[in-house]
Design a protein around this ligand. Sequence first.
Ligand SMILES: O=C1O[C@H](COP(=O)(O)O)[C@@H](O)[C@H](O)[C@H]1O
Length: 229
Amino acid sequence: MAYDMHRFASRAELADSLATTIAGRLADAIAARGAAFIAVSGGSTPALLFAALSRSAIDWKRVTVTLIDERLVPADSPRSNAKLVADRLLQGPAAAARFVPLYHGTDAGDEAAELARAELAPLPWPLDVAVLGMGGDGHTASFFPDAADLADLLAADAGLLALPVEAASAGELRLTLTLGKIVEAGLLALHIEGAEKLGVLERALAGEDLPIRAAFEASPRPVEIFWAQ
Ligand SMILES: O=C1O[C@H](COP(=O)(O)O)[C@@H](O)[C@H](O)[C@H]1O
């Protein structure tokens, strides 16, 4: 397991630094092949990051944005990660980006996964950037510790692209990108904030069997950890 730890004095500094790093990777991808592809997480953590990233002066019309994971809820639900992206990231210059959601109007897990796969398959894989978050329970993407089939989900064929996830602690049914597709990203960043999450991450890195550990184990390159108190 390899990683680089980037610590910041404030969450605003973290957001600016991570946004600059991501924008640089996207600009490099655009220069190299005319397009860039990023998957972002939802939840409560990324709002500041999204605001900073949305202001980046890159050629956003060449950028495709999708989600690391999603709750199977309508796009106007406050629980929707797509809503967070629409409200906070796809603003200003970044409004020109193409957004590919994971939720397509059904909350039936297998059907939702099939619809998402059809949208995801033609995208320009591998991801240039994947931004993971982590819950206080050690989940990342929608790999929840109490998902009955967690081992199968983590080991799923990367080519499946999207997997349905059911876990009591997750609330709604969810979709997640496969771990294999996430860790293929040219830049795999983990964005976490607060002492509690840092403690959870440290336990995972020390050997505790939490889902976040699987991302580090699967990643072929160092995971870039961005943390602020
Ligand atoms: O459920 C989710 O939680 C994680 C972490 O969210 P946070 O609110 O603690 O920041 C997030 O990475 C994931 O995308 C989201 O669906």
